[in-house]
Design a protein around this ligand. Structure first.
Ligand code: VGL
Ligand code: ZN
Length: 265
């Protein structure tokens, strides 16, 4: 395990969630590449490697923001999120004979009616596009059993943007959807965090305006203290993610490093 300053026990325990840093969401070859998505790599790697809050992180965020970070990052566990779709997933434009980025009224496998933004095919289980960015992998595994993968979107008929709708796995299970589909959303992620005594959740990754934002929203709804590290996030549609940041900040989430930008695409 990397050197880590073991936080004093008075500090709240925090989990770092790394959202969807997968080849399909990243330039140059991703089928749904987030503009400037590769820029999330270095700050996330820093967060994983260092706990001394050295100058590299200081160069990403101001001293004032660094103080916030030091407060927040008594990181206890790390989750990485993997968008994990079967072929023919409900969110793919090709599944409906439509063009990507159109909005479409759909009913999902749980019977929920909703508006789906249709996407190019992306993160199909077993493809290279679905793989977590290779540079991050050894850094994640260095955390042993404090590192978990959460897979979401793996039921063909259900779209999931939030980590809190995913299933915790060791990352080595075969690519099979759950056999039974509960009408309720899974609570595994929130339960896993709570069981580890975590009260603070720090969200990074792509895309700010979809999975990062949805994960932070669920975290707020589940009553975790919630922060986003803006330099470690990039968005797809909403230029610099500002709409999402405003919405989350209004509910008490901390948006760390936002004013240090520009982080826009
Ligand atoms: C995502 C679109 C479709 C994301 C996932 O990771 O933000 N966006 N699937
Ligand atoms: Zn997806």
């Amino acid at each position: 395990m990397p050197a880590i300053i073991q936080g004093d026990s008075a500090r709240p325990r925090s989990a770092l969630i790394i959202v969807d840093v997968q080849n399909d969401f990243l330039p140059p070859n991703g089928s749904l590449a987030v503009p400037w998505g590769l820029e999330v790599g270095p700050p996330i790697a820093e967060l994983l490697d260092k706990y001394e809050w050295d100058m590299v992180i200081a160069s990403q965020v101001s001293t004032e923001q660094l103080k916030h970070l030091m407060d927040y990052f008594n990181i206890f566990s790390r989750l990485t999120l993997q968008d994990y779709h079967p072929p023919g997933h409900i969110s793919f434009a090709t599944s409906h004979d439509k063009q990507p980025f159109e909005d479409m009224q759909l009913t999902d496998a749980r019977g929920k009616a909703y508006v789906q933004k249709l996407w190019p095919e992306h993160c199909v289980q077993g493809t290279n596009g679905c793989e977590i960015k290779s540079e991050l992998v050894p850094r994640l595994h260095a955390w042993g059993d404090k590192f978990k993968i959460v897979r979401k979107g793996w039921h063909k008929g259900i779209e999931s943007y939030s980590a809190f709708e995913g299933y915790v796995t060791s990352g080595t299970e075969p690519a099979a959807p759950p056999t039974t589909l509960s009408p309720a959303l899974p609570t595994e992620v929130a339960d896993t965090l709570r069981a580890a005594g975590i009260t603070r959740v720090v969200v990074t990754g792509v895309a700010t305006d979809f999975c990062v934002g949805a994960t932070a929203q669920s975290s707020i709804d589940a009553k975790f203290d919630t922060a986003i590290v803006a330099p470690a996030c990039r968005s797809i549609v909403d230029a610099n993610g500002s709409k999402v940041y405003d919405k989350l900040a209004a509910q008490g989430a901390k948006i760390i490093g936002r004013d240090n930008g520009p982080w826009e695409n």
